[in-house]
Structure formats: C-alpha cells, structure tokens
Design a protein around this ligand. Structure first.
Ligand SMILES: [Mn+2]
Length: 480
C-alpha cells in the first residue's frame, strides 16, 4: 500500500472545489472532479492532473463509473449532499468540504471533515502570537543587558529547572548575550549529577558570592525569588509553574500554575520562535517534563503533551533511559538483597520489615522492585529511622488503593495516606524497640487475621530482625 492515495475524487461545485483540487494537485495526486457547474468545469479543465466530468444539474443521477475512494463532497445544501452520498460505495473515506467560515456544527452522518475548522486554526495562531510577544520581551531584556545575564535555579536543581535554564540560555544567546546558569544549593541526586556531567559544555555552576551584584539581568526559573528565605535574589525575570507567591514581583513574569513543567514553557517559546533546539537541549527539556509529570501521568497539561511530541524525536532516548534507570546507588544493592531474602508473602502481598535503616530510600527501592514479582499486587516495606516507623506501600492500583490501605492501617497512630499505587505511613515510636515494630505492623496491617496466624507472622518478622544484616559489599571494579 502506498503512503498517498493514487487519485482522489471531488464531487460538487461549491467554493471549496478549486482549493481542494489544488491541495491534492500540489502533492502530485491526480484529481477527478464531477460537477454540475459549467463554471467549475471551465476553471479546472485546463489544469494538468485534473480531469473534469459534467453531471446533471442537482446531481440527480449517478455517473456511470465512479473511481474508487476517497471522495470529497463539495456542495452546500443538505439535499445535494444526501443525494451524492447515495452514489458512493460503502467506504469510510468520504469527506464533506465546505467554506471554512461556516460553522461545522453537524457534519452529516457518515461524512468526515477534511481540515480543522478555521476557528481552531485561529486559536492556534493567536496562541502563537502571544508566545512570540513574550519571547520578544524576554529577548529585548537580554539585548539591553550590559553584563552576562544570570539564570538562577533554586537549591538542589531538579531536571525541570535545568531544562528550563538551558532553554532560556538558548533564547538569550540568540539575542546576542552569553548568559550563565547558576544554582545556590548542592547537587545531590545521582541522576542530576549525571545530567550535569553530560551537559559539561554548558556554563552551569554554583553561584559565587558577589556574582549577583555584578549582573544587571537575573532570571529565576522553576522557582520564585521568595523561595530563598534569606536574601531573595532581585530578579527581572521569573518563569515558573509553582503556585504564585504573594511576594512575586518582577518586570517579566510568566507563571503557569496549570502546566506540568517549566521546561514546557521554554519549549513553547523556542518552538514558536523557531529557534533551534539541539539534541542536548531537547533531551534536557524532555527529561524536565517527564520527571515533573511522572511520565505525563500526573499534573499534565495539553501543552506538556505538545512539548513532549515536539521534543521526543530530537532527544537522546538512550541517555534518557540511562537517567531514568539510574535509581539505585551501588551501596544499596546489598540492603535490597537483604529485603528480598527476608520477605514474607501473604496471598498477593509481600511484607518486609527492615528494622533500623540508614537510608529511607532503601525501603522505596525495595518496594518498587518487589512489586515486579508475578502474582504480587501489593508490597509493604517498613523500617525504623530517627525514632519513627516508616511504612512504604506500593500497589498496582488495579483492584486496591494502597493509599487508603496505609490510612486504614496506621492513620490513627501517625501520618498516613497516598494514592491508589503509592502510600506511606510514619508512626512516632517514642523509644519503642525494634522487635516491638513486628507486632505493631502485623496487628494493624492484618486486623482480620486470626490471632494464631498473626502470632506466627510476628515471630517470623522478629526472627528476621535478629538475622545478620546486609552483607558488606565486596566491590571489585576494573579500571578504577
Ligand atoms: Mn518544575
């Protein structure tokens, strides 16, 4: 099957016949026209690629031979439309083409519309003009700057902040300046370090004392100046998607609380102004969008999806996969292994009680991993940290709500909740010792279980707590 039709058939005489014929001739698709209008015949007859056949006035009788689909019906009255429709063989490829200014309230049953209505198109153009107006304002600020502008990210910058900062840097470079990107905290997450190492050519560094004072143009992205509790920066530009702070005040503010990511806002500027989005920039923007929206699963706006579509062809998919998979620090593997070998399975639930843990992320990673087990729909992983019992719930969300389960089990003792697939409870222990946590977990999680079975389960968990802890890793790395 070819990618384009080998010919199309237009039937009618309304004002769209010539435009529709031209549309297909422009793509080298031969056009057959059946029309009751001498004028249309005269107009289209001389065109190469167009073959015109005159039919009876009012389209009363079907031509002897009709080419195969698709068909484009180009008449204005319901009567004529209906009559022509009766000519056509059963096919899904029948369209009604009408003047684009007419409201296409009800296209007759069984007929498709060829192109979006003009009002949709107009909405898109107006949105583009609004975006370009903002892009102009932003770039003018850079053109007037005497010193290299500073693009500021808050604290330990997340991927969305990094993507947005690179996006703004690209715009400001197009305006003839050399901006620098700065953050005020410490980069902690492994994935963010990996991203920054990959972006090593970009001027991203920790803010140095005195730098802000020298700059005459400062932008804050994916945050607002009020986020800094002491010495909030004086920023002329704020681009963000967090809820608006009352103290927000800057010359240029683009705040879209309904957007999933600030990277989406910058993607729109770049796309509408047709500024080049190279592979690195596309990757950073896309990573910002997918981390902030949890792969477009939460707090996602149509604009985030449009930006995703725009970027994903250019972005480095393999590097994104590496970033997304880099979840477990090497040193955590043995802790996870301990959890796997000290699991208790009850029906479709896996339970692990770690006792004292140094890093609460161990509980999260072990729970995520155990949920991959066939036949398991719910995982509960508990551990003690800083005189609190933390219980992580993971579920597939299919027939149960683990957030509600966390709430029902532990809501009365501490903070507990979540949503269908993720839940968490934190219970103050007030000096309770490790072995007592086994009872606390089992009695609250399995209230309807018989006391005998509960006792059995508690003894099992206590035995686990007395078992040797995670093995000391014996790392052997080549080349280091
Ligand atoms: Mn964000």
């Amino acid at each position: 099957m070819g990618a384009v039709p080998t010919q199309v058939t237009i039937i009618g005489h309304n004002g769209q016949v010539v435009a529709t014929a031209g549309f297909f001739v422009g793509a080298d698709v031969p056009v057959q026209v059946f029309t009751a209008s001498a004028e249309v015949e005269l107009l289209l007859g001389p065109y190469p690629g167009v073959q015109v056949t005159r039919v009876d006035a009012g389209y009363a009788s079907r031509p002897q031979t009709l080419p195969p689909p698709p068909y484009f019906v180009a008449v204005d009255t319901a009567e004529e439309t209906e009559r022509i429709t009766t000519w056509l063989p059963p096919t899904t490829a029948r369209f009604l083409v009408r003047a684009p200014t007419k409201r296409h309230a009800a296209a007759p049953k069984g007929l498709l519309t060829l192109r979006p209505h003009q009002s949709d198109d107009r909405r898109r153009v107006l949105r583009r003009l609004a975006t370009l107006h903002r892009a102009d304002l932003l770039m003018d600020l850079a053109r007037r700057a005497q010193h290299p502008p500073i693009i500021l990210m808050y604290a330990d910058p997340d991927p969305d902040a990094i993507g947005a900062a690179l996006g703004l840097m690209t715009m400001w470079r197009a305006a003839g300046t050399e901006p620098v990107i700065r953050y005020t905290g410490e980069v902690r997450r492994y994935q963010n370090k990996l991203l920054l190492a990959w972006l090593k050519r970009a001027p991203i560094a920790r803010l140095v004392e005195g730098e802000l004072a020298r700059a005459d143009l400062v932008a804050v992205v994916d945050a607002q100046p009020g986020f800094w509790r002491d010495n909030p920066p004086q920023a002329q530009v704020v681009i963000d998607h967090h809820p608006r702070r009352e103290d927000l005040d800057a010359e240029f503010v683009d705040l879209r609380e309904n957007y999933g990511a600030t990277s989406t806002i910058l993607s729109e500027y770049l796309a509408e102004a047709e500024l080049r989005i190279d592979r690195q920039l596309a990757t950073a923007l896309l990573y910002g969008i997918v981390t902030d929206t949890d792969d477009l699963k939460r707090k996602t706006h149509q604009a985030d999806i449009r930006a995703f579509e725009l970027l994903h062809g250019t972005a480095d998919g393999h590097f994104l996969a590496r970033l997304q998979k880099s979840q477990v620090p090497m040193g955590m593997l043995d802790d996870i292994a301990w959890g796997i070998s000290h699991r208790v399975v009850y029906r479709d639930l896996v339970l692990v009680n770690y006792g004292q843990v140094d890093d609460l992320d161990t509980l999260v990673q072990a729970a995520d991993l155990l949920l991959l087990t066939c036949g398991i729909t719910c995982v509960v992983v508990a551990g003690m940290h800083a005189d609190r019992l933390v219980v992580i719930f993971r579920g597939d969300g299919h027939r149960q709500d683990v957030g509600a389960k966390a709430m029902a089990a532990f809501g009365k003792m501490g903070s507990a909740g979540g949503h269908r697939t993720m839940g968490r409870a934190e219970i103050p222990l007030n000096g309770m010792d490790e072995s007592a946590t086994a009872e606390l977990i089992v009695d609250n999680l399995f209230r309807r279980m018989s006391p005998g079975r509960r006792g059995h389960l508690i003894r099992r968990l206590r035995r686990h707590l007395q078992a040797p802890g995670p093995a000391e890793p014996e790392e052997f790395e080549f080349g280091t």
